[in-house]
Unconditional design. Sequence first.
Length: 392
Amino acid sequence: MDLPNDPQAAIARQAAALQPALVAIRRDLHAHPELAFTETRTAGVVAAALTRLGIPNVTGVGVTGVVGTIQGGAPGPTVAIRADMDALPIAEQTGLPFASTYAGLMHACGHDIHTTTLIGVAEVLQSLAPQLRGTVKLIFQPAEETAGGAAAMMAEGVLDGVDMAVGFHNHPDMPVGAFAYVRGASLASVDFFEITVHGKSGHAAYPHNTVDPVLAAATLVVQLQTIVSREVGPTRPAVVTVGAIQGGNAHNIIPDSVVLKGTVRTLHPQVRDQVEAAVRRLCAGIAEGMRVRVDVQYHRLCPPLVNNDGMVDRGIASIRAQMGEVVTEGEPSLGGEDFAMMTEAVPGLQIRIGSGAPGREDKLHNSDYQPDERCLAQGVQALSRIALDLLS
C-alpha cells in the first residue's frame, strides 16, 4: 500500500479545513463540562462524531468512555491514541460567550481541547485508512482528574491487542505551534494519603489532662518535610505536600482528632517506595513519642509516566517531517496523570502541545484559563502524522 504522494501537505490541508468545525465542537464541550465518570453528554458528542465518519465505536467502556476503531488497508500493529474528557469542579471566570453553563464546573485543564483534537485526528486518519498498515484505536477516556478512568477502561480490555500508545496534553506555557517531549520519566507517580491523629480532648486551659492531636499533627507536618530534604537523594525529584488540615472547632477545646490530607509525587519507583515507608515510619514515631494513635490511609493512584525511547524518536521524527523544527526537549514535571498506566502496559509516548495565547500567562486548573484554539489543528497534524508513520 502506498502512502499519499505528499502526506505532509495532505494532512496539513485537512487539518486546516477542519479547524472551524473543531472550534465549534470544542466550544460546545467547553460550555457543557462534566466531572469524572459523568461525561455522558460528552461521550454522546464523541460517539456521534465517530458514527458520522463511519468509524465503529463502543460507548460505556470504563463507565463513560468511548472507543473507536480505524482499520487500515493492510495488516500491521495497533496503535492507541488517547484523549481525556473530564472537567474540574472550578467556577469559570473567563467571561467568554461559550463559558461553562454548569455552575461550579469548568474545563480548566483543556480536556475539551484534547477530546476535540482526537475527533479531528479520527477524521484525518479515517480518510487515510486504506494507506495504513495496521489499526488505530481511538480512546476517549473519562476520569483523568481523579486518576480512575484509565484503570477502569483497562479493566475492560481497552488495551487488548494494542502494541503502542500515544497521548498528548496541551501546555499553556508553550506557544501555539510548539511541541515538546521528555525522555524517560515525564510525569510523576501520584499517591494520596490521609492521616488521622487521635488524641484525648479536653479544656485548653488544662492541656496536661489531654493528649493533644493538634500539636502531634503539627509536629508531623514538619517531620514529613524532612523526607525529601534529608532522606531522598537530591538528584531524585520528590514532593511531599500536606494540602489540608482538619481538626477542632473552638478556641478553648483541644479536639479528639486531627486529619491531614496530602500527596506524594516521585519520578522513580524506588523513591516512591522509600517515601511511603518514611511516611509510615514517621507516623509510628509520632504515635510512640506523643501518646497519640495515628491511622494512615495511603493510596497509590498511578505510576510515573515513562516515555519509551523508541517511541520518542519516532514521534520527534514525525512531528519534524510534518511541521519542521518545532519540537524541543522539555523538563520532567512532578504533575501526574493516569495515561501513565497505559505507558506502563505498552510502549508509549506523551507529547506536549503548545496552547499558550499571545499576551496571556495562563495556567492549568485556573478559573480564567483560555487556551489558544489554534492548537487544535496543530495537534491534529502532529498526532495524525505520528500515527501514519507508526503504521507505514
